[in-house]
Write a protein that binds this ligand. Structure first.
Ligand code: UDP
Length: 326
């Protein structure tokens, strides 16, 4: 299939395009390079454009005979979305609508959408199932949920087909260590912890140790970026006209912030200093997925479910690229 990957030069996109190519798909990356890196996509075709630009999106789809879109382009910091909600609703939510309109104008009727565990807010039960209550507690989550509602409306009105993938905590790097996570600024736990053994920071901050969890720190479900990418290939083949399928993507096992830091100590052999600071606004105490539906309906299997492997692959990238792609 000819696939347009919006945000394809970002962390997830750069891993995904390799997996799509291995499965025989032909990718075009659409990215404004605000946070993405042209160096991360090798010789994959790049169209530089913004998700708010209807004309550029329409041209990219028409000129490349696009048959399906994988929509990753978004701002991703839940904490920042609490401080700057307009930034998130404009880019992620309005951007989603702009893309849907451009798809209609170009006759493209299939999309895989990168949604998030943040749509659940504070979950009523763990593990979280797709049918559980969605009550986001930050604008990042509510903005993504709005797009899910748009998908339903466009499926019903125009017969378009969608799969929404609700990511849990994506981590790790390509096992070859040549591409990996390179956010500026970095806000995600594992790369920040690894900055300590890299000598880039003195210590890592633990955002709150007074949550109602066994060690008081937040629990998350870490999923390897290569396994997450593989799910997109299955999803694009599972899109059906006139409907929206929703899948959680996680490992089904939760690790606390303290456990993640301990794993990083074991992998790197560095003592990694940690200090407890205030809670970060917008953080739910625990997010762990049931991904049974993705296993049953998409036939998804994780190749790298082990947190040690996830951290080891992340470390393989960071220690050889301490300044990312710079
Ligand atoms: N976290 C932390 N210190 C940091 C960065 C993150 O304690 O420097 C915590 C954060 O509060 C959350 C977990 O680590 O409980 C994962 O955060 P991350 O930003 O990686 O992903 P999110 O869960 O927000 O998508």
């Amino acid at each position: 299939m000819n696939v347009l990957v919006t945000g394809g030069a970002g962390y997830i996109g750069s891993h995904l395009i390799g997996v799509l190519a291995s499965a025989g798909h032909n990718c075009t990356v659409y990215d404004n390079l605000a946070t993405g890196h042209a160096e991360a996509i090798g010789d994959t075709k790049l169209v530089t454009g913004d998700i708010s630009d209807t004309a550029a999106l329409t041209a990219a789809m028409r000129e490349n005979d696009i048959e399906a879109v994988i929509h990753l382009a978004a701002f991703i910091e839940a904490g920042e979305s609490v401080e700057k909600p307009e930034k998130y609703f404009r880019n992620n939510t309005l951007g989603g609508l702009t893309l849907l309109e451009a798809m209609r104008a170009s006759g493209v009727s299939k999309m895989v959408f990168s949604s998030t565990a943040a749509v659940y807010g504070r979950p009523g039960q763990i593990p979280i199932r797709e049918t559980d209550r969605t009550e986001p507690i930050n604008p990042y989550g509510s903005g993504k949920l709005c797009v899910e509602f748009m998908l339903r409306a466009f499926a019903e009105a125009y017969g378009m087909g969608f799969v929404a993938l609700r990511y849990f905590n994506v981590a790790g790097a390509h096992p070859d260590g040549l591409i990996g996570e390179a956010h500026i600024p970095e806000t995600h736990l594992i790369p920040l912890v690894l900055e300590v053994p890299l000598g880039k920071r003195e210590s890592v901050k633990i955002f709150g140790d007074d949550y109602d969890t066994p060690d008081g720190t937040c629990i998350r479900d870490y999923i390897h970026v290569m396994d997450l990418s593989a799910a997109h290939v299955l999803a694009i083949e599972a899109v059906e006209a006139g409907g929206v399928k929703v899948f959680n993507l996680g490992n089904g096992e939760g690790f606390s912030v303290r456990q993640v830091i301990e794993t990083c100590r074991a992998v790197t052999g560095h003592p990694i200093r940690a200090e407890v600071v205030d809670r970060r606004p917008g953080d739910p105490p625990s997010l762990v997925a049931s991904s049974q539906n993705a296993r049953d309906e998409l036939g998804w299997r994780c190749e790298y479910p082990d947190l040690n492997t996830i951290v080891a692959h992340a470390w393989g990238w960071h220690k050889t690229h301490p300044n990312g792609y710079c």
